[in-house]
Design a protein around this ligand. Structure first.
Ligand code: ATP
Ligand code: MG
Length: 146
């Protein structure tokens, strides 16, 4: 199977268009007849990652790839970065502003949910150096959708 690759721009603080990349990926996986459970896991991870860029990050990119064995979502942004990654991964930790909390965000559950719903997650970040979140989903042998 030839790798399928797509890339989406994510604009920092653009709450109107936030989530669009994840919606497009979800639609694409539906047309490719992926297992609904896999679509749900990928959508959760894509959405949470996208929202983090919109809320906490700088402008960024969501790269999506499907190859024979795995599906990969890699989200990078050029924002302020994460000072303490281990802390950020903890359930309930959030630096969300009151404004974000009033919009229903800031439970500190995005990164824990991404970890839970992906088969592998890598977070690379440094203060002032932006953030990279890479999530991998293992596909069954032969690259079929189940
Ligand atoms: N792309 C990013 N750039 C800078 N900081 C980030 C980024 N992503 C996450 N963080 C930091 O990690 C914290 C935890 O993220 P997480 O997604 O778990 O929770 P949240 O976004 O605060 O709340 P929720 O996702 O539940 O609405 C954030 O509050 C923020 O401090
Ligand atoms: Mg979040």
């Amino acid at each position: 199977m030839t790798a399928l690759k797509k890339s989406f721009h994510i604009k920092s603080r653009d709450f109107i268009r936030a989530g669009e990349a994840s919606i497009q990926i979800q639609a694409l996986l539906k047309t490719l007849n992926f297992d609904p459970k896999m679509i749900r896991r990928v959508s959760i991870c894509g959405y949470e990652g996208e929202m983090n860029v919109v809320m906490h990050g700088g402008d960024g990119t969501l790269r999506f790839e499907i190859n024979t064995n795995q599906l990969i979502i890699e989200i990078t942004d050029d924002g302020p970065g994460i000072v303490d990654i281990a802390k950020a991964m903890q359930a309930g930790f959030s630096t969300a502003s009151d404004e974000h909390r009033n919009m229903g965000f800031g439970a500190g559950m995005g990164l824990p949910n991404m970890k839970k719903n992906s088969d592998d997650i890598t977070v690379e970040s440094e203060k002032g150096q932006g953030t990279l979140v890479r999530m991998v989903f293992f596909l069954s042998k032969g690259g079929d959708a189940v």
